[in-house]
Design a protein. Structure first.
Length: 304
């Protein structure tokens, strides 16, 4: 199950591994308030989707972490979450050997889809296997929160309720199978900026997370869609109205509902019919309002 879930490919010598780092969307995102340490208390429903980056991790005799990537603007030093994840385990377990990581990015960057966090989670899985560290997923999740709030979820994957700053996780019944249309405009959004501009005391409409939980319990896509909501939309859409345009475009082309993921600017639409989803995907491409357009499905643990 562990190998299947993480799509791990290993060679016989355990010197090299290829892993898939899957993206996420939020079916609901609520902010309860702001803590004294400056972090926001959240209540979110997270969902993994079949869109992924690919990492090839290989042991090397010389110490150090060497990262290469297909995108020239991605840092390959200690600013990269892959580097942070590898260094965290190297330091704790006194690993003297080094690694090279070839990172192929396909998940949009700074897009509200946890691409960097998922890359870090995949790195922890790879390090754990390559160096026989013997950590369980739960033990890795405890360590992962120091890298970023979304990293523990990216280790867990599937459908989950996230609370606290996002690190308190509870697995949920799997999201019903459906088609997910991803549309990201040609902009990047700083999560830090969005949360700094958010005044949690001024939020007028909170998404009904409990109703979404009921929809998941009943395996009812329409109920989940009806109560979807993201309080960060108000901040990000005020800065970038094109997000609203993409949402409306998806709904006009048959989405059961459409919403911004995370702090944006990526928009996703849920579709219960493949033909409708494919036509909506083609229409969104032709409209040119989204730079990245991708049609995919939900990923649920256990092969749902």
């Amino acid at each position: 199950m562990f190998k299947k879930e993480y799509n791990v490919q290993r060679n016989i010598q355990e010197k090299k591994m290829r892993l898939r780092a899957l993206a996420k969307i939020n079916l609901g995102l609520d902010v309860i308030g702001k803590r004294e340490d400056g972090y926001h208390e959240v209540r979110m429903i997270m969902q993994t989707i079949n869109m992924y980056d690919q990492l090839e991790i290989e042991k090397k005799d010389e110490p150090g972490i060497s990262i290469t990537t297909n995108l020239p603007f991605i840092p390959t030093d200690e600013r990269n979450l892959v580097y942070k994840a590898a260094k965290l385990l190297m330091d704790e377990f006194d690993i003297q050997e080094g690694i090279t990581v070839e990172l192929q990015k396909f998940i949009p960057v700074a897009a509200g889809m946890a691409g960097g966090s998922s890359d870090a989670a995949a790195t922890m899985i790879g390090m754990n296997r390559l160096f026989n560290l013997g950590l369980t997923v739960k033990e890795m999740m405890k360590r992962a929160v120091s890298i970023g709030a979304d990293v523990p979820y990216c280790l867990l994957r599937g459908t989950a309720l996230a609370e606290g700053i996002g690190e308190q996780l509870r697995p949920l019944p799997p999201c019903p199978n459906c088609y997910i249309l991803i549309g990201k405009p040609a902009i990047s959004v700083s999560t830090k900026m969005v949360y700094e501009k958010l005044d949690s005391a001024q939020i007028e409409h909170h998404p009904d997370i409990d109703r979404i939980l009921e929809g998941l319990q009943w395996h009812n896509l329409n109920k989940i869609s009806e109560y979807m909501g993201n309080v960060l939309e108000k901040v990000t859409i005020a800065q970038y109205p094109i997000i609203e345009e993409i949402k409306n475009h998806m709904k006009e082309h048959g989405a059961v509902n459409a919403m911004m993921s995370g702090s944006g600017p990526t928009v996703f639409g849920l579709f219960d019919d493949k033909d409708t989803a494919e036509h909506a995907c083609e229409a969104l491409r032709e409209s040119k309002i989204a730079k990245t357009v991708f049609l995919t499905t939900v990923f649920n643990n256990g092969g749902h």
